[in-house]
Design a protein around this ligand. Sequence first.
Ligand SMILES: *Cc1c(COP(=O)(O)O)cnc(C)c1O
Length: 368
Amino acid sequence: MTLHDRYGLTKIINAAGSFTPVGVSRSTPGVAQTAGEALQDFFVIDELQDVVGQALVRWTGAEAGAVTHCAAAAITMTIAATMTGLRAEAIAALPDTTGMPNRVVLPAGHAVDYGHPIVQDIRLAGAQPVLAGDAASCTVTDIEDAIAHAETACLLLVSSRLTRGKAVDLSAAVAAAHRRGIPAIIDGAAQDMRIPDLLATGADLVLVSAHKYLASPTAGLAIGRRSLVQAVRAQEKGIGRAMKPTKEAICGVLAAIEERERLDLAAWRRKQDDKIAQFVARANALPGVRARAQPDPSGMPFSRAHLHVDSTRARLDAPALFAALKSGTPSIWGMAHGLADAELILELVQLEEHEIDAILARLSALLD
Ligand SMILES: *Cc1c(COP(=O)(O)O)cnc(C)c1O
């Protein structure tokens, strides 16, 4: 009996990507087994952190790494780290930042909402978010002006399809921060396959969700400069108490990293491309639907299916189709961000063939 049957839970086909409201990802049996084993025993947590730190170094080539409860926790703990360093008194005082630099500068278009506003992660550490530029554009000069203030703790950048406005040149922004002696942090939560690119910008820390495409139990990764990673870990004796990684998450991350190191990325990519190409071809046979594959705008190595729904030829328009998919059984979750442009967007990365067949069968039943 599945958990869904036992507890009367809604069965879901998740075509919405690594989406928090539906449980983000599915771990492999190997990762799940490792996490399950960890739950049944004791560990010296500092030792687990050291071991996963070494695994992160081996996998990413960075100087150091640590695990936090999730990426949101990693953002708050990293900002805390840039304000306190390793000073125990300052760590214990947060979120009271008296006597510490506490301005966190971010491009206005990077003030994303990934289920809550990212600026709240900044405020949670006691820091003050300061937006540079405006939603349409933020230049390096805008960033330089904003970080010129003496009380600046760090520059926060976001690498995500959720950012708005003209793309910020991350390397140039990091270099501007470093010219001022200010650390630069990149939130690349859903970009675990781009960690080397993000580190190559020169950022001091790159923050990632391990439960998104790496598909570990819920965990955040802070990867980069050793002194800052140490200061992130030190927050576990401060505000980070509420953001600590669990033993099962750390062990699950270890197993997920080992599986990723064995993954043939080129073959994985081909499989994703084939999956999308076949889906698009079949979706193009539906009445009123014009389907195409669209690469991830933030550079992750896969495409999504964009279904343009012509409501003069289809029985439902895109928003009605989206809602009808969701209210059926199983409940099919698509992505909502293209609906205003009459597009239903589906991410297939995590889906198995029978689930893709089920989506096409439902689309056909709704549209024919
Ligand atoms: C998902 C996401 C987060 C938060 O990640 P969690 O690990 O769920 O806390 C932060 N920033 C961005 C851009 C995200 O997409």
